[in-house]
Design a protein around this ligand. Structure first.
Ligand code: PRP
Ligand code: URA
Length: 213
């Protein structure tokens, strides 16, 4: 796959270790959910290394008063793409408990693989926040591209997209359609199959997360 300036592929040994367990068809729903949360937490740490709104705060230690840098209150919004993105929310909330959460509902038409939007509820003032859009699977890229376009229509200008597993087709599509959005992917898989599933992938993330199949 071509390299894109706005794409980071983590390939981090700790994350890859957890993804190996995540992929295993024998991994239970409970463990799958926990792994998605843990991986998201690790990804968030990297994704927010730069460009996070901060402010100064006076802190009294037992020894003296000092000035500290803290993440600005109310500066981050989390937006999962339903359903599977929901599994990533708690991993970010563990780090930013006060982050506002919006929801974008999309499903892929099984025939055309085109995303269909069925729900959108975003926090007030989201246009002034750093938006972390999350979905574990970036396959054709249709869902992510449409979700980003929707956020832009609502006025968002600072969007970062995090996916755990990406297919080359999807990563390229999002990177090219939205060069102003930073895309963070834990691991890049080989290809899509004829049904638009990522290979080797992990199957249907929503079904595995919620035990629906
Ligand atoms: C999955 C996944 C992404 C989308 C990725 O959702 O969670 O949202 O497919 O595919 P794309 O990159 O080709 O658009 P799905 O449509 O299966 O809905 P679900 O999460 O409700 O199961
Ligand atoms: N959505 C999934 O949940 N898995 C895939 O492999 C592709 C899209």
């Amino acid at each position: 796959m071509k390299q894109y300036e706005n794409v980071v592929i983590f390939n981090h040994p700790l994350i890859n270790h957890k993804i190996a367990i995540l992929r295993d068809e024998k991994t239970s729903t409970k463990e799958f959910r926990e792994l998605i949360e843990e991986i998201t937490m690790l990804m968030t740490y990297e994704c927010l290394r730069e460009g996070v709104p901060t402010s100064k705060k006076q802190v009294q230690t037992p020894l003296e008063l000092c000035e500290q840098t803290v993440v600005e209150d109310n500066s981050i919004a989390i937006v999962p793409i339903l359903r599977a993105g929901l599994g990533m929310v708690s991993g970010i909330q563990a780090l930013f408990p006060s982050a506002r959460v919006g929801h974008i509902g999309m499903y892929r038409d099984e025939e055309t693989l085109e995303p269909k939007e069925y729900y959108c509820k975003l926090p007030d003032g989201i246009e002034n926040k750093l938006v972390l859009l999350v979905d574990p699977m970036l396959a054709t890229g249709g869902s992510a591209c449409d979700a980003i376009s929707l956020l832009k229509k609502k006025g968002c200008t600072n969007i970062r997209f995090m996916a755990i597993i990406g297919a080359p087709e999807g990563v390229s599509k999002v990177a090219q359609a939205h060069p102003d959005v930073n895309v963070y992917v834990s691991t890049l898989d080989r290809q899509l199959n004829e049904n638009g599933y990522i290979l080797p992938g992990l199957g249907d993330a929503g079904d595995r997360l919620f035990g629906t199949k």
